[in-house]
Write a new protein. Structure first.
Lengths: 289, 308
């Protein structure tokens, strides 16, 4: 039983960590905690179902269409909402409220257009390893996630984009003065984020399906995991998300089913209250105390 | 006539809720999404004592308010140790923790099904709409008067100072934590009364009534109506009530993509609330009733009134 819970926790943690990675990229480039990412993911999930199940397009093409859709939605939301807010000097909470508004709009448009939820598209094979049952799609999800983390780590340390992102995260004003091309940086961030979102939409839809109003179920654990680990630290967001995923399942050994989500959030909140920047995090803003 | 009375009843309830949100967000600058969660805590306590343990309704309501205030009193030190984004996320977390309790303590709350067929505590007119409006008015109108006085008092002025310049306020000797904590507690008490009246109006209580989306709509009410005054809360609550009523009169049978009229109203109002909230944030407007208009008359034309 404990091994099953551990495996489930690791798989859930890997998916939350992927969402957290998107939030990390976007936050450190734009200083916006884009909770609407959850709603964008749900919309992409439905569009993936539409393209594969109804239009009978193959998976690769469906992924490509989804990447473009994600890129469009991210670009439009920033162009129309967050960049104008940033020009007016809006603070982080204002951006977050706007993002929550965007999340509500997208969820309801998704429901209007696509209905309630996606179906699990394929019946996945189940592997049995001793007492542990695991679907093949879950194994694929886990190893995809690990690969993406490895690639992201290399990108952040070795490439121009990664170094520039870390520079902007450290001091955005100085980066602009030093001639960093913010638009190009944002575009590449959105491109990476939409690729990861498209992959998540594909994997989670194939595994369990997605409901139209379930965006908070995916994004909130990721946000909490990212903040718990440290929103401006790459390894922090991954470790934090894995801890949240593991807690959600391991707590089932102690608490009845249904209570584990609330208990996880409360435990993490208690730790966060006393370690305000997360386990690995540093100051988010120059004025942060 | 019954329809109008029902609308007035819901309006009074939402005015209380928007006032609660306005005290936290509008006056104190605390972006919380916990208003409906505290409304739920108060409402569940009231209804459990009233329906299951057969307490007198007013006694149940008082205990519900005390329960909500106690939860706020216990959780506010945790919340106030965080700032900015972390504060909002902590608020979200608390909301989900309370929802978990509502959904999973099945023996007490009825779980996801909740408690149905809640009897009316008053039966003066033999019509639910009239009785509910009468009860809401008796409870809510004194609270509106109290809140009107509070929002024009020095307490509210101090909250505004904290909102505008926390460091300066602390340097001037203001106990920041105490005032913020009081704002959260008073807000939770108002929300508890509103939540109890709401479930009486619906004759049922379940966790779906106190979802996160409803708390976000209250924020929208504050953003659209304006911050920190009773008139602004009045306008915000009017907007929150008016939009679904207008949408319900639109003939939708021939429109594409529409599943049913009730879903059109449900989804349509959420989209409109989201759009208007974003529009007001982007325009930089301080709502339809800017605070400086009211404060200008209250305090005279001084620098205090020129809010950013």
């Amino acid at each position: 039983m404990i091994w099953q819970l551990l495996v489930n926790g690791l798989i859930a943690g890997s998916l939350y960590a992927l969402f957290a990675l998107i939030l990390f990229f976007i936050f450190n480039t734009t200083r916006v905690l884009l909770v609407a990412t959850g709603a964008i993911f749900v919309l992409m999930s439905h569009s993936f179902t539409l393209t594969v199940y109804k239009l009978k397009i193959n998976y690769s093409a469906a992924l490509g269409i989804n990447v473009l859709l994600g890129l469009l939605l991210l670009y439009v939301s920033f162009k129309l909402i967050h960049y104008p807010l940033a020009k007016r000097g809006a603070d982080a909470e204002t951006h977050l409220i706007a993002s929550l508004g965007m999340m509500i709009i997208l969820e309801n448009i998704t429901y209007w257009v696509f209905g309630e939820g996606t179906k699990e598209l394929v019946s996945s094979q189940v592997l049995v390893l001793g007492n542990v049952y695991i679907k093949t799609i879950q194994v694929v999800s886990f190893f995809c996630a690990i690969s993406i983390f490895a690639i992201a780590g290399v990108i952040l340390r070795r490439t121009w984009f990664g170094k520039t992102l870390r520079g902007v995260a450290s001091n955005a004003d100085l980066s602009v003065v030093l001639g960093v091309n913010e638009r190009l940086l944002s575009f590449i961030t959105f491109l990476f984020s939409s690729i990861i979102l498209a992959l998540l939409a594909c994997l989670i839809t194939l595994d369990v399906g997605v409901e139209s109003y379930s965006s908070m179920n995916f994004i909130l654990p990721s946000v909490i995991g990212a903040i718990f680990g440290g929103l401006n630290d790459f390894k922090g967001i991954i470790v934090g998300s894995f801890i949240v995923g593991l807690l959600m399942f391991l707590l089932l050994r102690i608490v009845p089913h249904g209570w584990q989500v609330g208990c996880t959030y409360f435990l993490v909140l208690l730790i966060l209250v006393y370690r305000r920047r997360g386990i690995f995090g540093g100051r988010l803003w120059q004025h942060d105390i | 006539m019954r329809y109008l009375f029902t609308v007035f009843n819901v309006f009074e309830i939402y005015l209380l809720l928007v006032l609660a949100a306005n005290l936290q967000f509008g006056s104190a600058g605390l972006v919380t999404v916990t208003t409906f969660a505290f409304a739920g805590a108060g409402a569940y306590t009231t209804i459990i004592l009233y329906q299951i343990y057969q307490f007198n309704f007013l006694a149940s309501l008082l205990l519900g308010v005390i329960m909500s205030a106690s939860i706020s009193y216990i959780l506010s030190p945790l919340l106030l140790r965080t700032r900015s984004l972390y504060f909002v996320i902590s608020g979200l977390t608390i909301h989900y923790v309370l929802l978990t309790i509502f959904e999973n303590w099945i023996s007490l709350t009825g779980g996801a099904n909740g408690i149905k067929d809640i009897p009316r505590p008053l039966n003066l007119f033999n019509v639910a709409a009239y009785d509910n409006l009468f009860l809401s008015s008796i409870l809510a109108i004194p609270l509106f008067i109290l809140m009107y006085m509070l929002l024009r008092s020095d307490f509210s002025l101090i909250l505004r100072c904290i909102r505008e310049d926390e460091i300066g306020s602390e340097a001037a000797g203001v106990n920041i934590r105490l005032f913020k904590r009081l704002a959260l507690i008073i807000s939770s008490m108002l929300a508890a009364v509103a939540g109890s009246l709401l479930v009486l109006h619906l004759s049922l209580i379940n966790p779906n009534i106190f979802s996160l989306h409803e708390s976000i709509f209250l924020l929208a009410g504050v953003v659209i109506g304006g911050r920190g005054t009773l008139l602004a809360s009045f306008v915000g609550a009017t907007y929150l009530i008016l939009i679904p009523e207008i949408l319900s009169f639109i003939p939708v049978d021939d429109l594409p993509f529409i599943i049913s009229p009730s879903e059109f109203v449900g989804q349509g109002k959420q989209i409109l609330f989201g759009l208007t909230m974003i529009a007001f944030l982007m325009m930089g407007r301080q709502g339809l009733i800017p605070e400086r208009l009211i404060l200008g008359r209250l305090y005279g034309r001084s620098k205090i009134c020129r809010s950013s």
